[in-house]
Design a protein around this ligand. Sequence first.
Ligand SMILES: NC(=O)c1ccc[n+]([C@@H]2O[C@H](COP(=O)([O-])OP(=O)(O)OC[C@H]3O[C@@H](n4cnc5c(N)ncnc54)[C@H](O)[C@@H]3O)[C@@H](O)[C@H]2O)c1
Length: 339
Amino acid sequence: MKKILITGGAGYIGSHTAVALVNAGFEPIIIDNFSNSDKSALNGLKHILGRALTCYEGDCNDRSVMRRVFDENQFAGVIHFAAYKAVGESTQLPLKYYTNNIDSLLILLETMSAYGVKDLVFSSSCTVYGQPDVLPVSEETPRQEAESPYGNTKKICEDILRDYIKSGVPSRIISLRYFNPVGAHPSGEIGELPLGVPNNLVPFITQTAVGIREKLTVFGNDYDTPDGSCIRDYIHVMDLADAHVKALEYLFVQKDNFYDLFNVGTGNGNTVLEVIKTFEKVSGKSLNYQIGTRRPGDIEKVWANTDKINKLLGWQAQYGLEDSLRDSWNWQQRLGERE
Ligand SMILES: NC(=O)c1ccc[n+]([C@@H]2O[C@H](COP(=O)([O-])OP(=O)(O)OC[C@H]3O[C@@H](n4cnc5c(N)ncnc54)[C@H](O)[C@@H]3O)[C@@H](O)[C@H]2O)c1
């Protein structure tokens, strides 16, 4: 079985990707320093898969740790999730974000090159588009100045990868620009585990529904959208996980010295108020929410043009918003049972 290294594999998207990799016949090996995840994710994976996966507890910024991981395994490819991702915190602690997110990529590339591992899938984000003039947004759309140090780390990492390939190395690399990942594994064994107050809408909704948060604030209802609230493209994390498998399989058949990037979204946008209404429908709960003022830095609307990934990777989102919210709700309830 081909071994795939998943950096940050105990995190939200990484853990779901581990499941998708096993289902596709790969052997995922995880490295995570648990800075933004919990070892319970490994137990969840064990319940889903019926066996434990190999996990190294270590920091991707530590060259000696990375060398040990590569010494002990022969990898067919790597998926690099490990990064800090809290936009707000990144504006307060930019150096923490630049150091972790950029150094981890540089050290990974160095190590992959030293061990002759060619194939890499990198986690980028639709944040690189800012507020695009034309919707849906395609990969051709020029990137805009980043709104936050976090967003800038994604732009810089994409640039590093492009320059690295331009230098003529034999690597093959894909950046996936995720839209808004939501949902959880349908078993409820793994899901998003925000530490502290959630930054994202759906965990905030589910935490409000179970009473961890008193109420949800909708930041603005005077945007130029059908109901005035912001629009995002919500992609089920299982669909997103599958996109990584498709990206790896695509890389394996490319010639050396290859770089490309793909949007990963559903191709549809939903407003915040639609998400709330859909959540109320699937959960049967009425949500305590209020309309607040706009939040500085929020993008009004963005959703993906997915033609490129549909055509070249043969990937298309299978789950809809109702599925995503049902699975997020199931996960939140399972978390409550554990406590
Ligand atoms: N969730 C989103 O909304 C979203 C959107 C676009 C892009 N992304 C990107 O996708 C990737 C995964 O996101 P996620 O939502 O799963 O985040 P997450 O925080 O749940 O997972 C990241 C994992 O990486 C680990 N980690 C961080 N720095 C590390 C280091 N130096 N060494 C080892 N482990 C380290 C964390 O402990 C965590 O388990 C990140 O790169 C993120 O920026 C996420």
